[in-house]
Design a protein around this ligand. Structure first.
Ligand SMILES: CN(C(=O)[C@H](Cc1cnc[nH]1)NC(=O)OCc1ccccc1)[C@@H](Cc1ccccc1)C(=O)N[C@@H](Cc1ccc(O)cc1)C(=O)NO
Ligand SMILES: [Zn+2]
Length: 319
């Protein structure tokens, strides 16, 4: 039994790692070019959770985001890339982080998103028509932040998610799709935002979710799979929303995430000793945040934004 080196959260190293990303022009940057808007959301939300968002230039980032917006109202994953609902959510999330939602035309964005809703209540990701519950989550999260939920058919959106529910209590990407932790997060978080969690069997799904924890303490995405740091978010945020987070061993999950840090160069990987990336760094910090690790700002399990940002959106006193 190898004695895992007991380690603490290397906050400063992760801050330096994220700040170093913007200057790199390596393989990852090219491969991830089409989802740079997602990468910006992951890096900047992690920075805010680590009390370091002020190290970033919000004005410069907001200007870049607006350059990614198309006449239809949707945002692409980078300059010159086609609009897609995923990057439209990420763009709005980043503007919310910087308290710059006022620079966005909420009606124009809402018009793009509501135009992607189908007669059966589902959402397409873009004009090419792929249907996935991920897109329902992106639509509902984005429109809620913009206060434009009235522009879609909430009842039909809910009905479609209910049709994606499986006998194991979980959810897939479309009706009949296999339960997967990522899709479960999207459906549970979207139902929570729409005030429709009564459609979820909390004990049945809570059981499926807590069964994702393996001996080593990490969480996997489906039975028999290997643990992966990003499932610390997909599974744990779902458990928090369902009020069943006490059904897993939080101490062992915390140690698993801390063990996936690169102690020297910063960053967090999907599993111990693997290469770090900004995606797993964000989901590792977010997982520790849900575990209430000291020194990390709390994150909202449904909006995937720091709680102080969500509070500012919904409870700001209009002067
Ligand atoms: C496209 N993608 C994935 O497929 C990752 C790959 C992976 C990472 N660790 C194990 N596999 N898988 C992933 O995100 O699965 C979670 C998930 C699947 C389906 C629905 C929702 C979440 C990752 C990027 C990535 C590629 C390759 C390696 C690391 C990260 C990705 O962009 N995931 C998206 C999934 C997503 C998309 C849209 C949403 O509304 C919500 C979630 C994301 O988290 N956006 O913020
Ligand atoms: Zn992963």
């Amino acid at each position: 039994m190898s004695v895992e080196k007991m380690t603490t959260f290397q906050l400063e190293k992760h801050v330096d790692y994220i700040k170093s990303l913007d200057k790199k022009a390596d393989f990852d940057s090219v491969v991830m070019e089409h989802l740079r808007m997602s990468g910006a959301y992951w890096g900047l939300t992690a920075m805010d959770m680590m009390h370091s968002l002020d190290d970033m230039d919000g004005d410069e980032i907001a200007a870049w985001i607006l350059k990614c917006q198309h006449d239809c109202g949707g945002f692409g994953g980078n300059l010159g890339h086609d609009p897609h609902i995923l990057y439209t959510l990420n763009a709005v999330q980043i503007l919310a982080l910087f308290d710059k939602l006022d620079v966005a035309d909420a009606d124009k964005i809402a018009n793009y998103i509501s135009g992607l809703q189908k007669d059966d209540g589902s959402f397409a990701g873009d004009e090419w028509g792929e249907i996935d519950t991920r897109f329902t989550y992106a639509a509902v999260n984005c429109l809620s932040i913009l206060k434009r939920m009235h522009t879609i058919n909430v009842q039909k959106a809910t009905d479609f998610l209910v049709r994606c529910r499986n006998f194991d209590g979980g959810f897939g990407c479309t009706p009949g799709g296999e339960s997967h932790a990522g899709q479960i997060f999207c459906c549970v978080a979207a139902l929570a935002i729409m005030g429709a969690l009564h459609h979820v069997d909390k004990d049945l799904l809570g059981w499926w979710l807590c069964e994702r924890q393996v001996k080593a303490g990490g969480l996997n995405g489906r039975p028999e799979k290997l643990p992966d740091v990003c499932y610390s978010w997909w599974v744990l945020s779902s458990l928090v929303i369902l009020d069943r987070a006490h059904w897993i061993n939080k101490e062992k999950l915390k140690d698993f995430i801390l063990n996936c840090q690169d102690q020297d160069r910063g960053g967090i990987s999907d599993a111990p000793d693997d290469a770090v990336d900004v995606f797993h760094t964000f989901f590792g910090v977010a997982g520790l945040s849900l575990l209430e690790y000291p020194g990390i700002k709390s994150i909202d399990p449904a909006y995937a934004l720091p709680v102080h940002v969500v509070d500012r959106i919904f409870f700001r006193q209009k002067c």
